[in-house]
Every structure is written in C-alpha cells, then in structure tokens.
Design a protein around this ligand. Structure first.
Ligand code: IFM
Length: 440
C-alpha cells in the first residue's frame, strides 16, 4: 500500500466490515425467515435466485475469520446482528441459540483484540414484520427499539461502538422506489414512509440504547456524489435533487432535524402526517457519524415523472459493479459532512472497497486493482484529515467475498477470497498489502 499505520494518529482505527445475512449462513441456528428469503425466491429478483442460506458459513468459521483479521493487524471489526436470528418472529420470544451465537462472536472478537463495532440492522427484515407492512408501518420504530434492547441487553456490555441501521437510503429508496432490494417495491408512497420510518427507528433505537447506559453510538450513511451531466441549470437541479434524496435527506433528518425542500416537493404529499413532530427523536444526539462511500453518479434530466432524471454512464474507469472510481467524492463528502452537518463530531469511513472479477490461480489472487482503489481512497481521506476533518477510523468493505444481495455471489468485494463450494478462505494480495501496511 502507499500508506502505513504510522502515517495516521496513534488512536486511528483500521477495520474491516461484513454483515450478517451476507456471510453468516442464515439457515443455521434457528433464525426466522426474512424478506430477503422471499425476495430471492421470486424469479428475476436475484441472480440465479441465490440466497444467504449458506453464504460464507461464518456461523461455523468465525473464529478463523477473526484470526485472519488479527494477523492482518486490524483494530476493529464492523459486523451486524440479524434481527430474525435474535427474534425469529421479529417480536416476542428471543431465539436463545441466536443470542448465544452473538455472545460467542463478540467474545471471539475480543480474544483476537478486535474492537466490536456492531450495526443492529443490515437489511434482513424478519418476514412476519414485512407481512405487517415492514418499513411502511410506523410501528417498526417501536419493534426495532425493542430488538435493540434485546440484543444489546445481551452483548451491549462489550461493544466498542454501535450504529442502528446500515445505509438508510438502501433500506428506503433502493428497496421501495427502485425495487432492487427486498421487498422489491416501486411505489412513491411506500418510499416516503420508509424514508421517514427508517430514521424514526434509528432515533428510537439510539434512545433505547442510551436507556441501557450505552455510549459511542452513531449512524451509518451511504453517500454517492452527484455530478450534473452538463453545465445547464436543469442538469444542476437534477443532480441537486439526486443529492437531496440520496444524501441530504438522511444527514439532514439526523443532524439538522429537517428534510431538504427539493425532496419534499416530490415526497411531501406522500409523507406520514405530522412527520415533523418526529424530528426530536430522529435527531437524538450521536457520538459519531459513519460514511460508506464507493462511487459517484452522472445525472441527466429527463421528461419522466418526479424525480425526472436518470443516471448516465460516466467516463472514468469502473469496478466490477460498473461503478466509476472517483476518490475525490470521498474527500468532498468528508469535508462537506463536517462543514454542513457534523462539525466537531468524529467521522469514520465505515465502508469502502471494490468488487473485482478476482480469480484464484495457484493459490493466489492478484487483486492489484483493489490495492490501487484502496490507496486512492485512503489518500483522499487522509487529505481531508490534513485539512481538519476529525476522521477517526477507516473500515474496508469487505473482509470476505460474500452475498452481494440481488447480484448473488458473482461480485467479489473481499480482501479474502472465499470458495463458495468448499468455503476455503484465501487471503488476496490486497489483504497481504494491508497486513504489511498495518503491522510494520
Ligand atoms: O455489500 C454492500 C453492503 O451490504 C452495503 N454497502 C455496500 C456494499 C457493496 O455493494
């Protein structure tokens, strides 16, 4: 790598991230059905209709996975807890086996000197709650706060940090407006409700965890830089709207207790009644803010219904996801988030990485393009730090190749290669390069 640990402050945290449904093996340990199981069982939604049933079988391999992390010199592990594994019905009686699993997981992280950084929800909603309307139902805020109390009542004493929800934009817009993720809806009213309720659930869970006496609680937002297709006013307004519902809606709700006006022009008529009354819960103070960053989008206006724009292909080199590589976006987001939303609050890059068509040859994966991608993005973050952004950590996505949701197992994001038949783990060149950077 072009960087090493000593280039950063002593207390700076390097970590790797994963999520429950993407790696654990959902069929093990008495977990309940989730909306991802039904979404994937519906033809056309997921490549080859693949599911997280087995995934990386982290359920049985976690101890070795943490040894790999320790050997690479990571300080922290960002993982998520599966709501349906803990509460198979989403509410009511906990699954003791699920609670015991997370208990073992956390102890094993600590044995390997990894700071446990939990996310309570990374997208696998228990099916019984989806049947009740899921994120469209305001009651989800209460159900989620109850789940936060159950899981943190068991492992909260050993957490380094906790965030309630991974990437609210994906939970709401990607899943209810674009229909790319479970529950696969394409409905503006459902979207408006999900966008508000996901933030209400976030704030309610923060309050529940404060009630348990917990600290170091934050939020994790995925941000995508929007570039207008040309210099016209309509193109600029289109990109500002994309920025509004992708980025500013969620940061605005949490840190300013307000949603952007340009977004409310379209979503306003579909929002829950008196939604403004919830801002005090949504804006419950946090201890840190996490940014997940991968790419930018070029936005062009069109004549369609609101939001009346579309993404067009950009000229930059792309990853296996067809996402442009644009490290400047990370720099700009760190600067802008501090300047406009978070001030002195610590920031973390909670996800960054790339999918690459990695091939295992003679026991090696030469993922030089991933090394280059990480170098460029870490340098962009370092630049922002040099200019005063209080960045306190950087987590790579992902530790392991895993279930990339609707794209199944085809897109490989791991620092460690996984053979999905034998489940064998093989550290890639990027893992080895990071190991040298973090341990020397
Ligand atoms: O795999 C996902 C993860 O679940 C959330 N953030 C983006 C990653 C890559 O698409």
């Amino acid at each position: 790598m072009d960087f090493k640990r000593s280039d950063f402050p002593k207390e700076f945290i390097f970590g790797a991230a994963t999520s429950s449904y993407q790696i654990e093996g959902h069929k093990f340990g008495g977990a309940g059905k989730t909306h991802w199981d039904s979404f994937a069982a519906t033809p056309g939604n997921v490549v080859r209709s693949e599911t997280g049933d087995l995934a990386c079988d982290h359920f049985h391999h976690y101890a070795n996975d943490y040894i790999l992390m320790k050997e690479a010199g990571f300080d922290a592990y960002r993982f998520s807890t599966s709501w349906a594994r803990v509460l198979p019905e989403g509410r009511g009686a906990p699954n003791q086996e699920g609670l015991d699993f997370y208990d073992r997981l956390v102890d094993s992280m600590l044995e390997n000197d990894l700071k446990p950084c939990a996310t309570l929800y990374h997208w696998e909603l228990p099916q019984p709650l989806a049947d009740l309307g899921g994120w469209r139902n305001r009651d989800i805020a209460k159900w989620f706060a109850d789940f936060a109390e159950v899981i943190m009542g068991r492992i909260g004493d050993r957490m380094y940090s906790v965030a309630p929800i991974n990437e609210p934009w994906c939970v709401a817009w990607l899943s209810h407006f674009l229909g790319h993720h479970a529950p696969g809806m394409r409905d503006i009213r459902a979207t408006a409700r999900a966008m508000h309720h996901v933030l209400l659930a976030h704030g309610s869970a923060i309050q529940a965890m404060r009630g348990l006496g917990m600290s170091n609680l934050g939020g994790v937002f995925n941000l995508e830089w929007a570039t207008p297709v040309d210099g016209s006013n309509v193109a600029r307004a289109a990109a500002e709207l994309y920025d509004g519902y992708y980025n500013r809606f969620f940061l605005g709700g949490v840190f300013k207790k307000a949603y952007p006006e340009n977004v409310l022009i379209g979503l306003g008529p579909h929002m829950p009644e008196n939604f403004e009354d919830d801002f005090d819960v949504i804006g419950t103070p946090l201890d840190w803010c996490g940014l997940n960053y991968y790419t930018r989008k070029i936005i062009a206006p069109n004549d369609g219904a609101w939001p009346s724009h579309e993404e067009v292909p950009g000229p930059l080199p792309k990853t296996q996801m067809d996402w442009e590589i644009y490290p400047e976006g990370l720099y700009k987001f760190l600067k802008r988030t501090q300047a406009e939303y978070t001030g002195d609050l610590p920031l973390l890059v909670t996800e960054n990485g790339m999918a690459n068509p990695d091939v295992l040859t003679d026991g090696r994966v030469n993922d030089e393009s991933r090394i280059e991608y990480l170098n460029q993005h870490v340098a962009a973050a370092k630049q922002a730090m040099t200019e005063g952004v209080p960045l306190q950590g950087y987590m790579f996505w992902s530790l392991l190749d895993n279930y990339e949701w609707a794209l199944g197992y085809e897109k490989r994001f791991g620092l460690v290669h996984v053979d999905f038949e034998t489940l064998e783990r093989t550290p890639k060149l990027s893992y080895e390069a990071l190991k040298i950077a973090l341990t020397s």
